[in-house]
Design a protein around this ligand. Structure first.
Ligand code: BG6
Length: 481
């Protein structure tokens, strides 16, 4: 048997970039849009505190905070120019999300807002005109603010009905334009930070687990309903789940640490996937529920719905791995490790302390494919870094090229390992507002946007060095890295 030295990405591999509505559109009050949860999240490092603050009131406070998502990079008015740049890079796919509040401003309306629907029609038409396949996340870290105030976010079963109506409106309207869908962005991340995905902060007097897992059940049901409807309304579409995946290493071969890492890995990486891909709650989570006294309100028909409507593919974001130890001291925890794992001595970190581990991506893809045997789609991966515009206007982001190259190589190796990989959309293909810190200076783009943390900037777009590099990667289908 001959194994080619080139990676041989599949012919129809979906190369492209990824963004989310609330992080790039701006125009937060235009076109009949209602307020959404990220509209009330402040910009700057204070955002991380707010995301973990049980007292967060979801109110705007202009005297105290700035709100970068309100204007973001103004994709709402500049989408044609931006899509032309994506097309120039040769994108085959563009992962984006729809702002729920453009379609249902409060979430409770019975009919969708035509102006919002028409906006995304224009965006999809523009993409399709350039031969770019839209890959749409239905809910990316946002929901109508009204649903948070009125119902407490996903704590309430009512959200299932509202989400179903929203998804139904999207499938019916865009059935001839969108063939790749995902339900909830990074659904598993709410185990750590429920504000973004579930729309509530855990109150101090409250047991963390009960509301979180009940809300998850509601999202699983909503997601399965969406899968069902998508298959009915758009039979030739594929709809996936989306999880943030961090392969979890034990710090050493002490079986106590290995078992601990395995438990953390199953809870974080596999709990949501098992329900959405296999269609049932796995045994390990049932034991966990028992031991933490979690009692889910599961209604008649829910479990059948989950079983009968698994997703077609698994979308994942990959930024870093995680290293675990059973009894760790606070000093051992890595500064930028979002899940609080310990520092990994073998890895370098980004400007924001995120550990860089390309091999971890190959490991992740193999683990996921071994477990589920379903097509995988890397829908987020990229480097958040400080960029410098030189006097001649160039942006020489070789560090980003190195990062992307190593991760793409890792995908190539995974494909050789036998993984069925559908595509790769690099995160923040155009600079946008960071989700966790609300900063513009944490730049991921292949396209630079002249917009700064203090709100200044002309919004002019410039091609970074990585723009030209990625263009060639796509043109050679990953052969020239
Ligand atoms: C993912 C999210 O977690 O990571 C994106 O889906 C986010 O919305 C991306 O922007 C990078 O994270 P951050 O916090 O650097 O923007």
């Amino acid at each position: 048997m001959t194994i080619s030295n080139s990676f041989q990405f599949p012919k129809n591999f979906l190369w492209g970039g990824a963004t989310a509505a609330n992080q790039l559109e701006g125009a937060y009050k235009e076109g009949g849009k209602g307020l959404s949860t990220p509209d009330v999240l402040p910009g700057g490092k204070v955002r991380l505190k707010v995301l973990n603050d049980p007292g967060f009131d979801f109110k705007l406070n202009h005297e105290k905070y700035t709100y970068p998502n309100h204007d973001a990079i103004d994709f709402y008015h500049r989408y044609k120019e931006d899509i032309a740049l994506f097309a120039e890079m040769g994108f085959k796919a563009y992962r984006m999300s729809i702002a729920w509040t453009r379609i249902f401003p409060t979430g409770e309306e019975l009919t969708p807002n035509e102006e919002g629907l028409a906006f995304y029609d224009r965006v999809f038409d523009e993409l399709l005109k350039h031969g770019i396949e839209p890959v749409v996340t239905i809910s990316h870290y946002e929901m109508p603010l009204h649903l948070v105030k009125e119902y407490g976010g996903w704590r309430s079963r009512k959200l299932v009905t509202f989400f179903e109506r929203y998804a139904d409106a999207l499938f019916n309207r865009y059935k001839n334009k969108v063939k790749y869908w995902m339900t909830f962005n990074e659904i598993n991340s709410s185990l750590h930070m429920p504000i973004l995905g579930l729309g509530f902060a855990i109150q101090e007097e409250e047991d963390h687990y009960q509301p979180t897992f009940q809300s998850y059940h509601h999202q699983f049901v909503a997601s399965a309903m969406a899968v069902k409807k998508c298959h009915e309304i758009i039979p030739d579409a594929q709809i996936g789940c989306m999880i943030v995946y961090l392969p979890t290493y034990s710090v050493d071969c002490n079986p106590e640490n290995v078992m601990y890492a395995l438990q953390e890995e199953r809870l974080f990486n596999y709990y949501c996937g098992d329900v959405q891909v296999r269609g049932e709650y796995p045994a390990f989570i049932k034991r966990y529920f028992q031991e933490h006294n979690i009692k889910l309100d599961i209604q008649e028909g829910d479990l059948e719905l989950l079983k009968e409507n698994p997703v077609d593919y698994i979308g994942l974001s990959y930024y870093m791995s995680r290293t675990e130890k059973k009894d760790k001291s606070p000093e051992e925890v890595g500064q930028g490790n979002i899940l609080g794992g310990i520092k990994n001595a073998f890895l370098k970190t980004s400007d924001w302390g995120w550990e860089i581990d390309p091999l971890g991506l190959r490991i992740s893809l193999n683990q996921l494919y071994d477990r589920y045997h379903k097509p995988l789609f890397v829908v987020e991966n990229g480097l958040g870094a400080y960029d410098k515009v030189e006097e001649n206007g160039s942006i020489n982001d070789d560090y980003r090229i190195d990062y992307l190259r190593e991760h793409i190589k890792a995908m190539g190796e995974a494909i050789k390992d036998g993984v069925n990989l559908m595509g790769y959309t690099s995160w923040g293909c155009i600079d946008l507002v960071s989700a966790s810190t609300g900063e513009m200076s944490k730049r991921y783009g292949l396209i630079y946007v002249d917009k700064h943390d203090d709100g200044r900037g002309t919004l002019e777009r410039k091609k970074k060095k990585s723009f030209y590099w990625y263009k060639n990667v796509i043109a050679t289908n990953g052969d020239q890295l």
